[in-house]
Design a protein around this ligand. Structure first.
Ligand SMILES: [Zn+2]
Ligand SMILES: [Zn+2]
Length: 341
């Protein structure tokens, strides 16, 4: 599988047959390398699945890539965004400006985009500092985690719900709500071709970031949602996966099962770890003890912030399953402790 990993420089726009094309769009300065933007043909102009990062180089790659395939970015009918992240939704506004296309996304991510657009910078900083304190990060670290935030994506013109058909004349492209990576993540099922555009939900080699923000929220369970969404995709039968990163692969169900196992093992290891350390631990302490693909001590503050988000999501799922409890005391950070089973 790994041999199929190729850098952006070796990626090319290509026809996939059945009126579907893929255009690699670079994510400058990001190890992910590129977003695969897909175009689906219709008699009234192509519809794009995702658009890529908002950057001049990315725009060149998208508009030039479409042109190389005989498609005109000015004729794009719509952009359906799998989720609000900047490597997917970033360029959607620019495509709309160039073509008059509509932008569609799930209503839950649309709500987040509205929130991001209302939220001023200084408010965001104060919010984040407080969130880090409650998670048990020290003050110095809390100051360093804040990175540059890309500007929020364009507001969508259309909001989708689970089961909605995308406006794609002559074809059937259906939204499948797959929350987890974001609350409003959708996969798109091209029902006339047994293909599933998986966005970041199911990728062939890496697994998407599943975090909880603020870290100490107890009213949502993103990892629980994600595991449910993997099961859902697994029940859709034999479908080819067209993911937004890495490469196209067959049998989305098999990969979804693998990712589920990966998280169940991680949950088991986390519970074992908490059982060995019976005193209540902060989210930061738990994150530092967990195994990541890079040692905790060598992580940048931003990576630690993301790892803490993942740790928090796993703790929350264990709590929802009745395996751990949270200990809260007035101004203290929140702590977690294994429950005797
Ligand atoms: Zn994403
Ligand atoms: Zn992505």
């Amino acid at each position: 599988m790994k041999s199929r990993r190729r850098p952006y420089a070796q990626q090319r726009p290509q026809g996939l047959g059945g009126g579907v094309w893929s255009v690699p769009v670079p994510i400058p300065g990001n190890p992910l390398g590129y977003t695969l933007v897909y175009a689906v043909e219709s008699p009234k102009g192509p519809v794009l699945v995702d658009a890529g990062w908002n950057h001049p180089e990315a725009w060149e790659a998208l508009s030039g890539g479409l042109a190389a395939l005989g498609l005109d970015v000015g004729a794009v009918r719509g952009v359906v965004v799998t989720h609000f992240h900047p490597d997917h939704a970033g360029l959607a506004g620019r495509v709309r400006d160039a073509s008059g296309a509509w932008i569609a996304m799930h209503e839950d991510d649309a709500a987040l985009v509205r929130l991001m657009r209302e939220y001023a910078g200084s408010e965001h900083a104060a919010f984040q500092t407080d969130m880090l304190r409650r998670a048990g990060a020290d003050a110095v670290e809390a100051g360093a985690v804040m990175g540059e935030r890309p500007s929020p994506p364009a507001l969508p013109d259309r909001e989708l719900r689970d089961g909605d058909l995308v406006d794609l004349p002559g074809r059937k492209l259906r939204a499948v709500h797959t929350p987890g990576h974001t609350p409003g993540h959708i996969c798109l099922h091209l029902e006339d071709a047994d293909r599933l555009f998986t966005g970041d939900h199911v990728l062939p080699d890496i697994t998407p970031h599943i975090g909880i923000y603020p870290y100490d929220r107890d009213d949502i369970d993103p990892l629980g949602d994600f595991l449910g969404s993997l099961e859902r995709v697994g029940e859709m039968g034999m479908l080819d996966a067209l993911p937004a990163h890495e490469w196209i692969f067959p049998d989305v169900a098999a990969r979804a099962a693998e990712i589920r196992d990966h998280h169940e093992e991680k949950l088991d290891r986390l519970l074992a770890l908490l059982t060995r350390r019976p005193e209540p631990l902060t989210i930061w302490e738990v994150a530092a003890m967990m195994t990541w693909n890079k040692p905790w001590d060598t992580m940048s503050p931003m990576l630690r912030g993301m790892a803490a988000g993942e740790a928090a999501a796993h703790l929350r799922t264990l709590e929802a399953r009745g395996r751990v409890r949270r200990v809260t005391a007035a101004a203290d950070p929140v702590r977690f402790q294994a429950l005797d089973s």
